[in-house]
Design a protein around this ligand. Structure first.
Ligand SMILES: Cc1ncc(COP(=O)(O)O)c(C=O)c1O
Length: 368
């Protein structure tokens, strides 16, 4: 049987042995709940959680570990932020862009449909980058740091600055689900209010994500339950400070145990560069292929003349090669480009140049 070639890192990364081992060790040897126990095992689990939070804070250059809140992923974080900011602020206008993933924009689209907020569009340049020189004025600005279709890093710092120039106390929310896999995140330099990513895109397990909150004291919690109460006496209770404030209930501890290991492994990867460049160059010479991405993008998206993307997916799948086909949960950018869907190649640390050569030969055979 052929070796399966997995070219869908942008959907979810394969898991390194070290992450599987870290989770196995936690489950076998030191599993306990956090924030509740006084025994040695519980203390060890508390330390694991504190260390993981510290590692994430360092990874995203947050000033304080308590700005790091664990979620179940980017979708969870982006939806929660909508409730968190609406609990504490009067939001009337929200700026979104066509680069957004459904997870980043749909929660706001839902409110707009029911008349609770008004959506305004951040324009894109002719290359489909965020046109921050023409930023609209809004109470909230949603920023996709890297589109999962176009793979181009956006200038988040300038976008945030442009949004603040329009409205000083604007709330800026960054979706870094794709960016995290390719570029260092620096929330301090970005100067954003919120940022989300999912662990599974960088080799951690599913079910764990990060929601960064710059000024946690300015917001009320969106969830209530165990672990977030500071004092309680009868009907009177007070809420703990962040991160407990935003982490009601039991956390995905096993996945959190694997996250710092995944971060460390992922940081040792030299990046998508050479393999993507090789395939981009080869695909650009195939006359039936229309490339949608730029040569320096972190992934390759394309369409094939007179071939439905699902047919292409099935044909290449028959060679045991996994690519992503469809609208990638990013229908707005596809509409902006005048297409229904695309084919996406994305790579991770497990991919080799040999994989790239096989894939190019197979694609040549399919599109000839
Ligand atoms: C840009 C972007 N935002 C958000 C998401 C949602 O991430 P998750 O499914 O891990 O919640 C994805 C996933 O593909 C993405 O690419």
């Amino acid at each position: 049987m052929n070796k399966n070639i997995y070219l869908d890192a942008a959907a979810s990364a394969l898991k390194p042995e070290s992450v599987i081992a870290a989770e196995g060790a936690f489950l076998r040897e030191s599993y306990a709940n956090t924030g509740r126990g006084v025994c040695g095992r519980a203390a060890a689990a508390d330390k694991m959680l504190a260390d993981a939070r510290f590692a994430v804070a360092d990874f995203i250059s947050a000033e304080y570990p308590n700005q790091v809140v664990f979620t179940s992923g980017t979708t969870d974080g982006m939806n929660r932020i909508v409730n968190i900011v609406r609990e504490s602020c009067d939001i009337k206008t929200v700026a979104v862009s066509d680069l957004d993933h459904h997870s980043a924009r749909m929660p706001w689209e839902h409110l707009a449909r029911t008349g609770k907020i008004k959506l305004v569009k951040i324009p894109l340049t002719k290359n489909y980058d965020i046109d921050y020189e023409n930023m609209p004025t809004a109470d909230v600005v949603v920023i996709t740091a890297m589109s999962n279709v176009l793979g181009a890093a956006q200038n988040v710092r300038e976008i945030v600055a442009a949004a603040r120039a329009k409205k000083r106390n604007v709330i800026t929310i960054v979706d870094a689900a794709q960016y995290v896999a390719h570029k260092p995140i620096n929330v301090k330099t970005w100067n954003c209010d919120f940022m989300c990513f999912s662990g599974h895109k960088i080799g951690a397990d599913t079910g764990v994500g990060v929601m960064y909150i710059a000024n946690s004291d300015s917001y009320n919690p969106d969830k209530f339950g165990g672990g977030m109460v500071q004092t309680i006496s009868g009907d009177n209770w007070t809420i703990d400070a962040s991160p407990n404030k935003f982490e009601a209930g039991t956390l995905p501890l096993t996945q959190i145990a694997g996250l710092p290991v995944a971060i460390q492994e992922w940081q040792s990867w030299s990046g998508a560069g050479d393999i993507i460049s090789y395939m981009y160059d080869a695909l650009s010479k195939m006359s039936h292929i229309r490339l949608l991405t730029e040569p320096d993008a972190k992934l390759i998206s394309f369409v094939v003349d007179n071939m439905h993307v699902l047919d292409f997916g099935a044909l290449i799948g028959a060679h045991d090669i996994c690519v992503r086909v469809g609208n990638m949960c990013a229908s707005w950018i596809h509409s902006a480009m005048g297409i229904d869907g695309s084919i996406r190649i994305s790579v991770g640390p497990w991919n080799t140049m040999d994989d790239a050569k096989v894939v190019v030969d197979v694609i040549r055979g399919i599109v000839k």
